[in-house]
Design a protein around this ligand. Structure first.
Ligand code: FMN
Length: 392
């Protein structure tokens, strides 16, 4: 068992520059929905939450997934939206975080087939749209978007990046993970389209992502960073795979790099799990991504905790995993598996998580607990209802 003194985390406290964004260390806050928005704008305690985590030492704050400006994006009342009407609220977050020395990056998002249909909310009349009207194979939801609707949604993603730049954010993160719209395009199980936005070849299912990133790159300044977050797993199916083989992952990496991505963020529930154990007993999806990529790669998943995010959201309590988790993070960083590491629930539990890690005070980190996830209405998660059967 290592002691605190045996773990020298200083390699993780070296700065990193990506285009115009200089990060003071390698720790980031990943996107996490808090449902602390009204009319798409951050409530004052959301601004304060970001500020406190920035003050606690983290280098980059990613917002919770903010809706792109399209009426089919969501019907969840307390989600954030990044639009002309809400942008000043998000500018406050940029400024609060900058005052504490951290960078800020909105994550932009559309729920696709996971969106609630009907009801009596202000957007109830709009359809729920997705590649093929499927939330999962055999789980119909809403309808397939027409090609014009696909292009409108693509343009809404591009527009949201422009708004992010306008409010002074260092970049934008395109959300293409966890079973939501852009992941539904990537996954064969939910993309059965016969037109140019679908197909057997992963290159065809990646067309909308490529067009979004190319569109953003063409519209923003050279300094602006584009992050791309993707995953194998979906909240409604942990075992699903977008990439059957490393070659398919390599295809994504090279297409997205060519399109103009500056940071790749494969989302993992446990950062140490090998992705293709028969091919490599250790390499996680992050390590594989790094092996193929020229741009920096971010890791994520249960750093410092003994319970993964979905088990936790479904009811299991999380506890600090102690020093071995930090030792494993450091070992993988030093062998070159990733450039940045996201600590989600850990930083909700203790906004000073990064500062305590820097000071070698790991055992003083306040443990995250489920009670820290208070929202306006925790019972309204549609995805948890759809996902009731998902298991490893
Ligand atoms: C309450 C909550 C909300 C989340 N919302 C998002 C989200 O909006 N976008 C996203 O990409 N991931 C989201 N995630 C996943 C996190 O970004 C992260 O990948 C996950 O929590 C694993 O990191 P951790 O083990 O350090 O918490 C969410 C996680 C939590 C706990």
């Amino acid at each position: 068992m290592p002691t605190e003194k045996q773990i020298d985390l200083s390699p993780l406290f070296q700065p990193l520059t990506i285009r115009g964004m200089t990060l003071r260390n390698r720790f980031i806050l990943p996107a996490m929905q808090r449902k602390w928005c009204t009319d798409g704008r951050p409530e004052p305690h959301l601004v304060e939450y970001y500020r406190r985590i920035a003050a606690g030492g983290t280098a980059l704050i990613t917002t919770e997934a903010l809706m792109v400006d399209h009426p089919s994006a969501t019907q969840v009342p307390h989600y954030g939206w990044l639009t002309e009407q809400t942008k000043d609220g998000w500018r406050e977050c940029v400024e609060a975080v900058a005052a504490e020395g951290a960078s800020f990056m909105p994550q932009v998002f559309h729920e696709g087939a996971i969106r609630k249909e009907g009801g009596d909310g202000p957007l109830a009349a709009y359809p729920t749209l997705s590649p093929s009207g499927l939330a999962a194979p055999g789980t119909p939801a809403g309808r397939a978007a027409t090609i014009d609707e696909v292009r409108d949604i693509r343009d809404a993603f591009i527009g949201s990046a422009l708004l992010a730049e306008e409010i002074g954010a260092a970049g934008v993160e395109v959300h293409a993970c966890h079973g939501y719209l852009l992941d539904q395009f990537l996954w064969k199980g939910t993309n059965r389209r016969q037109d140019e936005y679908g197909g057997e070849d992963i290159r065809d299912r990646l067309r909308i992502h490529r067009e979004i990133v190319e569109g953003i790159r063409a519209a923003v300044s050279d300094d602006f960073v584009i992050s791309f977050r993707f995953s194998q797993w979906k909240e409604i199916d942990y075992g699903a795979k977008n990439f059957e083989t490393p070659e398919e992952l390599q295809t994504l990496v090279s297409i997205m790099e060519e399109a103009g991505v500056d940071l790749l963020h494969p989302s993992n529930r446990r950062f140490w799990l090998p992705e293709w154990p028969d091919l490599d007993p250790e390499l996680s999806i992050t390590g594989w991504t790094k092996r193929f990529s020229r741009v920096p790669v971010a890791a994520v998943g249960s750093v410092g905790l003994d319970t993964d995010v979905m088990d936790n959201l479904r009811g299991a309590e999380a506890h600090n995993a102690g020093l071995p988790s930090f030792a494993e993070m450091l070992r993988r960083f030093e062998r070159g598996d990733f450039d940045l590491i996201a600590v989600g629930r850990g930083q909700i539990g203790d906004p000073n998580w990064v500062r305590k890690a820097a000071e070698g005070a790991i055992t003083e980190i306040r443990p995250f607990t489920r009670a820290d996830l208070r929202t306006h209405d925790p019972s309204e998660s549609r995805v948890l209802k759809l996902a009731a059967g998902a298991r490893d």
